[in-house]
Design a protein around this ligand. Structure first.
Ligand code: FDA
Length: 324
């Protein structure tokens, strides 16, 4: 039995922990990026490495009746210059989307904007993008990263939301604190994207079983739908999607009062089924060269892809060591 098969037999939680730890190992990125074998797997989840590659993907989604939110890939930047370059890429993205009449908003990670360098620098960078979003009457979503950054993210979201109401934030059902955070965001008129949470968090702050996360998701989703604050229900979980529809139908909540959101390349059948039923669906479209951590989180969510990926990387590394 090979390494890849051994890996497939690991318990899912262990696999997720391993993958999440690999997602922080940048040296692996170089191996993965070079491998032609990994590219088709990556291309399923990432719309391209450049804006020029991503724009046709957004157009195609729009033609199919899907909305988009575009993420310029990148996170954990360690220099002010890199953070500023990231802002410039967002400004170029907004200009291109608007210029082509594409109905897309943007999603931004605060560690891409320099959060780890300093909150003030990060806030200033975010506000530059907010200004550009406001100029086109658009919408911007602040993604949520690991629990160590939740407070800082919410604080910067508040500043951005005060500057322009078209800025929303993400809440993760996996975190125990999220119930309180949802209440306070609802009270301040903010818009929430609710997701399960993609980070491997400790039990002290997070629910660690699928059942507990799903139960919390259902509770928070119901609260957001009933509060009528234009929530984004971001999941591919058919049971939670059916539950959202049942809550909306049972409470006379119109289809234009919320939207479903899914990731580029994930459950395209479900995306189509929902728009066919008249629901709004927005696709999170990531593009850029810094796709490695994003991609690893996608693998961590679906162990079935992992064995294939590992085989490809090990093969490529073997070739490299033999000097090819
Ligand atoms: P779950 O993991 O239970 O999956 C349900 C089903 O969906 C699976 O059975 C499978 O069929 C399919 N599926 C899910 N993931 C897949 C994958 N990677 N490949 C193939 N099939 C897959 N997280 C976060 O921490 N911060 C954030 O800001 C965001 N932002 C965000 C935006 C949007 C639009 C979405 C949809 C998701 C996020 N996430 C996120 C990620 C989120 O937290 C979560 O990790 C993933 O959505 C997977 O969880 P599901 O809700 O889909 O359920």
């Amino acid at each position: 039995m090979g390494f890849a098969e051994d890996v497939r037999l690991l318990p899912q939680r262990t696999m997720r922990t391993v993958l999440m730890s690999l997602s922080r190992r940048r040296s692996l990125a170089r191996i993965a990026i070079r491998s032609p074998l990994t590219r088709p797997v990556v291309a399923r989840f990432v719309a391209g490495e450049t804006l020029a590659e991503a724009l046709p993907a957004v157009s195609a989604l729009q033609r199919a009746g899907l909305h988009s939110t575009v993420d310029v890939l990148g996170e954990s930047v360690t220099s002010a210059a890199d953070a500023s370059a990231a802002v410039d890429r967002y400004l170029a993205t907004l200009a291109a989307l608007h210029g082509r009449g594409l109905d897309a908003n943007v999603s931004v990670k605060l560690t891409h904007m320099g959060l780890d360098i300093g909150p003030d620098l990060c806030r200033d960078n975010v506000l530059r993008i907010v200004q550009a979003v406001r100029d086109v009457d658009g919408f911007m979503r602040i993604d949520m990263e690991d629990h160590a950054r939740t407070d800082a993210t919410l604080e910067i979201w508040r500043a951005a939301h005060e500057a322009y109401s078209g800025v929303g934030v993400v809440i993760q059902a996996a975190l125990r604190r999220s119930s309180k955070d949802v209440d306070s965001i609802i009270a301040s008129g903010g818009r929430v994207r609710l997701c399960k949470g993609a980070y491997d968090e400790p039990a002290s702050v997070a629910y660690r079983t699928r059942r507990a996360v799903d139960a919390n998701y259902a509770r928070l989703m119901e609260r957001l739908l009933l509060a009528d604050v234009q929530p984004a229900i971001a999941t591919h979980d058919p049971r939670l999607i059916s539950r959202a529809i049942a809550i909306a139908e049972g409470n006379g909540i119109d289809r234009d009062r919320f939207e479903f959101q899914m990731l580029y390349g994930v459950r395209r059948d479900l995306q189509r089924a929902l728009i066919d039923r008249g629901y709004a669906v927005r696709i999170y479209v990531p593009y850029g060269r810094e796709w490695y951590p994003y991609f690893m989180r996608r693998l961590a969510e679906r162990p079935a892809n992992v064995a294939f990926m590992i085989r490809a990387i090990v093969k490529e590394e073997g070739r490299r060591m033999r000097g090819h």
